[in-house]
Design a protein around this ligand. Structure first.
Ligand code: SAM
Length: 281
């Protein structure tokens, strides 16, 4: 079996992570923790997942759904697109190859360093922006499309703020498509094996998952929203939900990604992809 289990040892060592807590975390602490975390984990993330994600490919999720097949963004030719939480910006590079005009945004300078290297390697020079998704430094009505493959949304304290920003940045009717961990995964331990099949955590408990250092400071933060929370946040932000895609685990796909595995994928979804558009009228 091909496995690609995530190893976060070096990030945890560097940040002094000693344990896990479930507690409330405000925006400032979450941004600081996630900036430090993704900077510290950037090299391991790329070493582990870079080959699967490619340099100029658009892979939505560990199940391997590709934009080239799914066309969730529709026709991207000549469209202005922002990729949110881009990491190494492989999706933006695929979009450029498909004729779009992408920019790629990420909080982490460490991740953007990999994006810059991949720009140089491929000769596809995507404009890179370092910023939090909660404070988009983009002009109003400057984009036709926005997309995100597991970037930013699981880590922000207020998706409502991200959605309000995207509503401002998108042109009328603009599409916003993003993939996140499927909310039902919250109830299971973060384990690709049999231990990850027993529910241990209430679905309705939105208290964030937090890793902490010796002083109790957050070194990593992830938020949980129920499916209904996502729909309400989108509606409040001025978006219409067009589709919710729950990719099935493909036959013969053996690659594990953290808690994503064939074992669990056969039983329940691991990814939720929200396909939305700006509500205008
Ligand atoms: C799981 S990685 C996904 C990266 C890339 N989209 C991919 O498919 O490999 C999450 C990304 O979100 C970024 N991120 C975390 N918090 C963010 C925030 N508040 N604003 C923008 N990006 C953020 C991280 O730096 C990281 O690059």
């Amino acid at each position: 079996m091909v496995t690609a289990q995530d190893s976060h040892d070096s990030a945890e060592r560097r940040l002094g992570t000693v344990g896990i807590a479930h507690r409330q975390v405000g925006r400032r602490e979450a941004v600081a923790a996630n900036l430090a975390w993704w900077d510290a984990d950037a090299d391991d993330y790329q070493a582990t997942h870079g080959e699967f994600l490619g340099d100029a490919d658009f892979v939505w999720c560990p199940e391997g759904v590709r934009e080239a097949d799914a066309a969730l963004l529709g026709d991207v030719r000549d469209k202005d697109v922002v990729e949110i939480g881009c990491g190494q910006a492989a999706c933006a590079r695929w979009l450029a190859k498909a004729g779009a005009h992408p920019v790629a945004l990420d909080l982490s300078g460490g991740m953007l360093r990999h994006a810059k290297q991949a720009n140089a390697r491929t000769g596809i020079d995507i404009p890179l922006i370092q910023a939090s998704a909660e404070e988009l430094p983009l002009a109003a009505a400057s984009m036709d499309l926005a997309c995100s493959a597991f970037g930013a949304l699981p880590f922000v304290s207020s998706p409502e703020t991200v959605f309000a920003g995207l509503h401002r940045v998108l042109r009328p009717g603009g599409r916003w498509v993003f993939a996140v961990t499927h909310p039902m995964r919250w109830i299971f331990p973060d384990d690709p094996g049999p231990n990850g099949l027993t529910a241990t955590q209430p679905y309705f408990d939105r208290t964030p998952y937090v890793e902490i250092d010796e002083e109790g400071r957050a070194t990593y933060v992830e938020y949980h929203r129920t499916l209904g929370d996502w729909v309400r946040a989108l509606t409040a932000g001025g978006f219409v939900l067009e589709d919710l895609i729950e990719p099935e685990w493909p036959e013969g796909h053996l690659r594990e990604w953290g808690q994503w595995s064939p074992l669990r994928g056969k039983l329940f979804p691991g990814t939720a992809i929200f396909r939305t558009r700006r509500a205008d009228r």
